[in-house]
Design a binder for this molecule. Structure first.
Ligand code: NAG
Ligand code: NAG
Ligand code: NAG
Ligand code: NAG
Ligand code: NAG
Length: 686
């Protein structure tokens, strides 16, 4: 501690004003003194006390000496009180009561006690009379640079996104110096001492608005751009130095971790994908597209955003990102119509959620440069697979009414089958069920024909019906099958099915009478219910549709009985199978056979046949056995004979007909029978 006499001052009435704010005193002590001097009476005399911080001693150290102008009249006793004496920190100051010499006893930390308010009093040594008003005095401690600036905090950890814009970084550093404000000892200068790695250069930018010289805040700033691939962390050493003599300094460490930004575009792992979807299928995932992205996984920098650029004009598809795998999940949301599209090409692009950022040669890329980096695209070829629709029978269950047991070869049914996506001509038919093995199906047309006589008594006939199942198989991939049911109602005709009103007809020449049908539900369609080529070459129905039809012979036919299976279908699809018994005969110039046997009832005709045949045979045998043996054999097998016999019998009216007549007629019929009627007529009689 050092004490100096500079001025001798007489101070009075200063005491009250001196109790102002310590801080302002500290700052303006000298000015204050000078102002007060001018307007006070001089009574106390005291030099300015200069007290240096952290004075090393030796102690006690004389600081100053106090005088009072009452000293010529009294024996004075000085006393001291206040901070540093009677208040903490006690024991700093003492005064010699007789000489008024003030001594200092210990070093003082200005930062703790920047100023001491002390009070001096003077009394008469003998009377203890207070001789003057107390002198209050503030002792400012003179600062030395014993504090280095300090960072708050000293170590900083921070993260910065790679794509941060050039300029300030969101990192600020604060340093304070405890030494006297406004003093060079507390004036701080901050600088970056070192940076690792060196690029981009990080600088300090003072935040002037919030700073004072002893408490400064600076923000980090940079120019250029960060590149995560090049440097993921930065270490910065920043120094704060005061301007004391000698200057003191300290450092802070700033650790910066760079967060990866979107600097890489995702790319598809394949330039082309193929997938398929079943026709009309919806809400089904059909493909997963994967991408590669060099940016950090599970961040917005790598999270893929997929878009369908082309091929989805009708909104059949959608693509979404699988948050776990980052894959693009392609889904059909609307079924596709096979008839219109079988192959769709989708163009799909991928980008990241975060916009692209590029640091090129230490400079952020311009928007134009970034735009030049086009998102990667891929092509997805979606094959729409036709779901092979099965052939459909127009009539799922077809009932056919069959009055009597017909001959094999009778056509029962020819299905009408439709197939929306296959060629109907390529459909193949087969029997799915035919328990009694009575029918066959034409594999090409599906036409069902009898191969045996159907027997009403068969155990397979239930409730007078026999059921056949037919399969229609298309040529699709894989083939699809449709099934139709044919129900054959045997025996009594159902009331609703069309049938002939008369099953016997006489033909004079090549045209029959009308074929009559039950007249209710016309029009009907008529056809010959047989596949027999010969039969088909003999007969024709004209018209084939209408409320009635005529049977026409297509070639000249020998006289005789013919059984023609007919199929009559009404508009509701009810089918009646009936057989027309046609008698071809000589009518002469009349419209009826000669003689009029056609009026005979069918039943009685049948009964007669057997006996007549025998009689006729006997007669004929008698006369022609020897001469016409060969022809006779044929004649025996020929149904035409029946007609002949009937003809003769009816025509002749009695069995006593002349042998000559018989002979002639038989001869003429034999010649016909040699032609064609044998096969046609076989089985005509049981
Ligand atoms: C991404 O996050 C998901 C869960 O959100 C997790 O299942 C997956 O494994 C993560 N992927 C990576 C590469 O970390
Ligand atoms: C997508 O990226 C791959 C891999 O880099 C590349 O082979 C392909 O050409 C890119 N496609 C387009 C359309 O840019
Ligand atoms: C037989 O047919 C009749 C009338 O068509 C019907 O009422 C009956 O239930 C049928 N019986 C069987 C066993 O199918
Ligand atoms: C003709 O119909 C009757 C009853 O209507 C029947 O008894 C007869 O068997 C039928 N004849 C032929 C050949 O169809
Ligand atoms: C019947 O036959 C004759 C010749 O035999 C022929 O001229 C005529 O057109 C035929 N009639 C019919 C309707 O077929």
């Amino acid at each position: 501690m050092r004490m100096t006499f500079r001025l001798l001052l007489l101070l009075s009435l200063w005491t009250e004003t001196a109790h102002s704010d310590l801080r302002s005193l500290d700052r303006n002590l000298t000015e204050e003194h000078e102002r007060v001097l001018i307007r006070t009476k001089r009574r106390w005399v005291l030099s300015t006390i200069e007290l240096q911080e952290e004075d090393p001693g030796p102690f006690p150290k004389v600081s100053t000496q106090l005088f009072n102008d009452k000293s010529n009249m009294h024996k004075l006793r000085f006393s001291i009180s206040g901070q540093g004496v009677t208040e903490d920190p006690k024991g700093v100051f003492t005064i010699d009561p007789f000489s008024g010499v003030v001594s200092i006893h210990k070093p003082i930390d200005r930062e703790m006690y920047p100023v001491f308010m002390v009070k001096f009093d003077v009394t008469d040594r003998e009377t203890n009379e207070i001789l003057d008003k107390s002198l209050s005095f503030s002792v400012a401690v003179k600062d030395i640079n014993d504090n280095a600036p300090q960072f708050l905090p000293e170590v900083l950890h921070t993260t910065i996104p790679e794509n941060i814009q050039e300029g300030v970084l969101p990192v600020s550093l604060q340093a304070k110096d405890k030494d006297e404000k406004g003093n060079e000892n507390s004036r701080i200068t901050m600088r970056v001492v070192s940076q690792e790695p060196a690029s981009p250069v990080i600088t300090l930018k003072p935040l002037s608005a919030r700073a004072s010289d002893d408490n400064i805040i600076a923000q980090l700033a940079f120019t250029g751009c960060f590149d995560y691939e090049k440097a993921k962390t930065y270490k910065l050493l920043v120094e704060a130095q005061d301007h004391g003599n000698p200057a003191l300094s300290s450092t802070a460490t700033v650790n910066i971790a760079i967060i990866d930004s979107n600097t890489h575009l995702p790319v598809f792992t394949a330039t082309k994908y193929n997938t398929q979807v079943m026709e009309m299928e919806t809400n089904k995932e059909i493909l997963r597209l994967s991408v590669e992205d060099k940016d950090t996984p599970n961040t917005t920098a790598s999270k893929a955003v997929y878009k369908i650029l082309k091929g989805n004009e009708e909104g059949n598809y959608k693509i979404e990102t699988d948050l776990k795998t980052n894959e693009g999940v392609l889904t059909v949301i609307k079924g596709k119509d096979y008839e219109r599209t079988t192959l769709t090409q989708l163009e799909i692009s991928v980008e990241n959620e975060e916009p692209l950022f590029l640091c090129i040669d230490g400079k952020p890329a311009s928007p134009a440069m970034r735009a030049a980096r086009k998102p990667n695209t891929t092509t997805v070829e979606v094959k729409v697979i036709d779901v092979n629709d099965p052939p459909v029978f127009q009539q799922k269950i077809q009932t056919v009414y069959k009055k009597e047991e017909g001959n094999p070869g009778e056509v029962l049914y020819e299905p009408i089958v439709k197939d929306v996506d296959s060629d109907v001509d390529k459909i193949r038919y087969e029997l799915a069920d035919d328990p009694a093995k009575w029918v066959k199906v034409d594999p090409k047309t599906g036409k069902v024909t009898t191969v045996m006589k159907m027997d009403c008594e068969s155990p397979y006939v239930v409730n007078s019906t026999y059921t056949v199942l037919i399969r229609a198989i298309d040529n699709g991939e894989p083939p699809a099958t449709g099934t139709g049911t044919l129900v054959i109602q045997l025996g009594d005709l159902n009331d609703n099915a069309p049938y002939l009103t008369s099953n016997i007809s006489v033909m004079c020449g090549n045209k029959t009478d009308r074929v009559m049908v039950k007249p209710d539900d016309g029009p009907f369609s008529f056809s010959i219910a047989s596949e027999d080529k010969e039969l088909l070459s003999m007969w024709k129905l004209n018209p084939s549709t209408g409320s009635e039809s005529s049977l026409i012979s297509l070639k000249r036919l020998p006289y005789g009985n013919y059984l023609v299976p007919l199929r009559i279908e009404d508009q509701q699809g009810k089918v009646g199978l009936d057989t027309l018994n046609v008698v071809v005969c000589d009518c002469g110039d009349k419209d009826v056979c000669l003689p009029h046997f056609s009026n005979l009832h069918g039943a009685s005709l049948g009964i007669l046949l057997g006996s007549m045949v025998l009689l006729a045979l006997l007669l004929c045998c008698c006369f022609y056995w020897e001469h016409k043996a060969k022809q006779f054999t044929q004649y025996l097998q020929d149904e035409g004979t029946q007609t002949l016999i009937i003809y003769n019998e009816v025509g002749g009216g009695s069995l006593a007909k002349s042998l000559d007549e018989c002979t002639d007629t038989v001869t003429s019929y034999i010649s016909f029978c040699e032609d064609s009627c044998i096969s046609t007529m076989t089985g005509g009689i049981q």
